[in-house]
Design a protein around this ligand. Structure first.
Ligand code: FAD
Length: 352
């Protein structure tokens, strides 16, 4: 069964989210698909706590706050979000519509597609220790699906960011032992989380440890992973052999263009060429905005993606209904837009 719709937006980064808004103003509803389990793209995945200074009218806004504000702005348009699913297939039908399929098995039959895929899908950065791939999905994992699995086990958590520290703190009370391994003394995680784990390690040094060093090898018995070797940061210090039942790797996320490169859109240097009138790709009905597109003078800024989203909304409207009369309406004065935004007279009064 396919979901029939007018538009599917691939990517829920800032540009994909703003695309929902611009389409919504024109009365066009969108489905949005993102590989990540949460909205926000790079802002959420790579720099949630960093301040951004070049969003118009917001002298400074935290990256995660920007995402929250975008989510609030698009709420009236009730987009259907399909998170945690990667679009793996995009095919043109003989009548000009498109079939899309996701890794989660969702299928869409849509009349237009907006690719807001940024740098591509984010995937966990892998542990590169030779031989580790044999244990991935067995007792080496990149996410926690069921934390009860770690109860009473010897667990190693690798990484120094918020995910690593949050999971170390979460699992430590019920684990048999917990070892956090990070390659340097400085942590990217919130200092308060690091201090909490250090305090736990001071209180129970036999059960909870923080090791600073590099994973240099695996301890294997037959075809079972029994532990990891850690090369300490200090020169000439002996290696640590850490016996563990489970290894959790939180080395952050890295983008990978993935299936988008295979959709016949002339991808060059991981970017999709578009025109600057409609930001349409070489395939009528497929548009691309934000970091993923390229055209003369392109600058990979959120601001540029917002502008592109506004023009794409008009282009999508025309694509869906070539006879549609198009005219510019202001959100300040358009009763139709007020209705779509759910703006009441009362709120308008307040704004004066
Ligand atoms: P992204 O934010 O990359 O989102 C794309 C989304 O598409 C991702 O969530 C991805 O999972 C999803 N996706 C990709 N392929 C698929 C698929 N096949 N199926 C499903 N989902 C898919 N810009 C500024 O303007 N000002 C700044 O100050 C600024 N600071 C930055 C600081 C850092 C550290 C970084 C890394 C970037 C910064 N940027 C800044 C750049 C800004 O974050 C990007 O321009 C912006 O995120 C692009 O938005 P986007 O929506 O195009 O793509």
């Amino acid at each position: 069964m396919s979901i029939k719709t007018d538009v599917v937006i691939i990517g829920a980064g800032p540009c994909g989210l703003f695309q929902v808004f611009e389409l919504g103003l024109l009365g066009i509803h969108a489905h949005v698909v993102d590989t990540l389990p949460e909205i926000g793209g790079q802002c959420a995945a790579l720099y949630p706590d960093k301040p951004i200074y070049d969003i118009p009218a917001l002298p400074v806004v935290g990256a995660s706050e920007l995402v929250e504000r975008l989510a609030e702005q698009i709420r009236p348009f009730e987009p259907d979000l399909h998170l945690g699913e990667m679009v793996v297939k995009l095919e043109r039908e003989p009548d000009g519509a498109f079939t899309l399929e996701t890794s989660g098995g969702t299928r869409f039959l849509t009349r237009a597609v907006v690719i807001a895929g940024g740098l591509g899908s984010f995937r966990p950065r892998p542990l590169r220790t030779p031989g580790v791939n044999r244990y991935e999905g067995v007792n080496v994992d990149y996410k926690v699906l069921d934390k009860s699995r770690f109860r009473g086990k010897a667990v190693a958590v690798l990484g120094g960011g918020d995910s690593a520290l949050d999971w170390a703190l979460e699992l430590a009370p019920s684990a048999k032992s917990l070892t956090l391994v990070h390659r340097r003394e400085v942590f990217r995680a919130q200092p308060v989380s690091v201090e909490r784990l250090r305090a736990m390690a001071r209180a129970e040094p036999d059960r909870i440890r923080i090791l600073i060093g590099r994973i240099s090898g695996l301890i294997e018995e037959g075809d079972t992973l029994k532990g990891i070797e850690v090369d300490p940061f200090e020169k000439d210090a002996p290696k640590h052999a850490v016996r563990v039942d489970e290894v959790l790797v939180f080395y952050g996320l890295s983008p990978n263009l993935g299936p988008i490169a295979e959709w016949g859109l002339g991808v060059e240097k991981r970017q999709i060429p578009v025109d600057t009138e409609k930001f349409q790709t070489g395939v009528p009905g497929i548009f691309a905005i934000g970091d993923i597109n390229t055209y003369p003078g392109k600058k990979k800024l959120i601001l540029s993606g917002f502008h592109e989203a506004a023009l794409v909304a008009f282009a999508v409207q025309k694509h869906l209904d070539p006879d549609a009369r198009q005219f510019l309406q202001y959100t300040t004065t358009s009763p139709v837009m007020h209705e779509r935004l759910g703006v009441t007279g009362e709120l308008e009064q307040d704004a004066h």
